[in-house]
Design a protein around this ligand. Structure first.
Ligand code: TRP
Length: 456
């Protein structure tokens, strides 16, 4: 199906802020609130944070600009966008691999994303009911173990999240996604500041800051570097076409660099604020920062119980986290749904239902990773289903997607075409970006991948 060059089959954002909110909504999610702290814990703190920040700025930001630009030019789902651009630019149709791999990565990420998002719903409801009253550290851990130990409860909540995600996607881009994100972001920000305030007053604030920001070089190794880069891709939602699809709905004349910078800064701020709020609380409550995916749930419940007004703050926190996860899940599903609509001629409703069913089934893998299939006999090289999905998608597929996107944008499109589309006023800035995207980005991703995988 073809549409005139400057619109999209699925509609356009009604205004600039709608794109910003949707892109920030995609970027800010469990990656910042749940994954960043526990990955930091797993990798031992400062060094991980430093490499993560470097990757966000020097890899994530330029790739995001490239991804939005390609999407805006192609105006379709990632697969169709790449097909169109490859045809127009006279390149091989093989570049569609960006879209195909992206859809696969999206489903793989969703297979755990909806389950973890389900935890936030469970915690939200328990918080409303006052279940956490009078909790100590042992009770907080026991509560988490009880939740993840029960396949039934996990399935219930992951079903709820899958349905909620599908529901917004069915309503379509403008009505669904725009509305969901416009109120959330400012509230989340305000709440995080409140949490940071609490951590400063009552937590081990300096110890927390030191853990996050002081590093010694000996902590840096190829594995930590690979994980930090994967975290940067994951957190920014780049490398799989999610941002490309949102770019496809972006009207011309907006400054793409400006948009990307706002999205990246907001994302980075939320992750850092979360870290700054959480680690002082973790240290004060006697937990260890660790590789435990339940870290934030256990530590925060305790903190909420002890702080004045904690019931309300806790409830709001879980509600906002749930919504943040929701707006991200939407962007993970949109590339594949829009592909089915674009090229299979499916109705948006049926496409969404089909994708939701696939995601739901895949989600069972993660559900069981925490209970019946958590034992060593279910692991392959020490990783269970959940760990494998996360590792393959975040640490390998997203970076490979990033290499391909940057190579395409940097080398395969005529420079003038790219320059006109990306809308950078200053020539020097454009050449700076071009240099990053042509050489620095693909080369550094490549090296980090090879070293991290032990090939080099
Ligand atoms: N960035 C989101 C988060 O931090 C997750 C996410 C949404 C994502 N869309 C994506 C990750 C696309 C990778 C690719 O929670």
């Amino acid at each position: 199906m073809s549409v005139p060059a400057d619109t999209s089959l699925h509609g356009l954002w009604s205004k600039r802020t709608a794109f910003m909110f949707a892109a920030v909504g995609s970027a800010v999610g469990l990656g910042n609130i749940w994954k960043f702290p526990y990955m930091t814990g797993e990798s031992g703190g400062g060094a991980f944070v430093l490499i993560y920040l470097l990757c966000v700025i020097f890899i994530g930001l330029p790739v995001m600009m490239a991804e939005i630009t390609l999407g805006q030019r192609g105006r379709h789902s990632p697969v169709q966008t790449m097909r169109r651009l490859a045809t127009e630019d006279g390149n091989s149709q093989g570049w569609q691999i960006i879209g195909w791999m992206g859809m696969l990565a999206g489903v793989m990420i969703l297979s755990f994303y909806v389950v973890i998002a389900g935890w936030t719903v469970a915690y939200l409801i328990d918080s409303v009911r006052g279940v956490f009253d009078g909790f100590d550290a042992a009770a907080a851990s026991a509560h988490w173990e009880a939740l993840v130990g029960s396949p039934q409860r996990l399935i219930l909540w992951h079903t709820v999240m899958t349905v909620l995600t599908a529901w917004v996607i069915m309503r379509g881009v403008n009505r669904g996604i725009e509305h969901a994100t416009t109120i959330l972001m400012p509230s989340l920000f305000a709440l995080l500041l409140l949490l940071v305030g609490y951590a400063a007053l009552y937590g081990e604030f300096l110890q927390g800051l030191r853990y996050l920001f002081v590093f010694d070089f000996s902590q840096i190794n190829p594995d930590v570097t690979l994980k930090a880069m994967g975290q940067a891709f994951f957190s920014l939602s780049v490398g799989m076409g999610a941002i490309m699809v949102y770019g496809a709905y972006l009207p011309r004349k907006f400054s793409i660099p400006e948009a990307a910078t706002v999205v990246v800064s907001a994302d980075m701020m939320v992750a850092l604020l979360m870290g700054v709020a959480l680690f002082p609380i973790v240290f004060a409550s006697g937990f260890e920062p660790s590789a435990d995916p339940g870290l934030i749930f256990q530590a925060l419940v305790l903190a909420f119980d002890q702080m004045p007004g904690g019931w309300l703050i806790g409830t709001l926190f879980f509600a906002l986290t749930m919504i943040a996860a929701w707006t991200s899940a939407i962007s993970l599903l949109e590339p594949i749904v829009s592909w089915m609509v674009d090229s299979r001629n499916m109705r948006r409703c049926s496409a969404t239902a089909l994708c939701a069913a696939i995601v739901w089934v895949a989600g069972l893998g993660t559900v069981f990773s925490f209970n019946i299939a958590s034992g060593p006999e279910w692991q392959l090289y020490g990783k269970n289903f959940f760990h494998w999905m996360d590792y393959l998608a975040s640490n390998i597929m997203l970076p490979v997607g990033g290499i391909l996107i940057s190579l395409y944008a940097g080398w395969m499109v005529r420079r003038e075409v790219m320059q006109a589309q990306i809308n950078i006023d200053h020539t020097t800035v454009f050449y700076g970006w071009l240099w990053l995207i042509r050489v620095v980005v693909p080369l550094s991703i490549f090296l980090v991948l090879l070293r991290g995988l032990g090939i080099l």
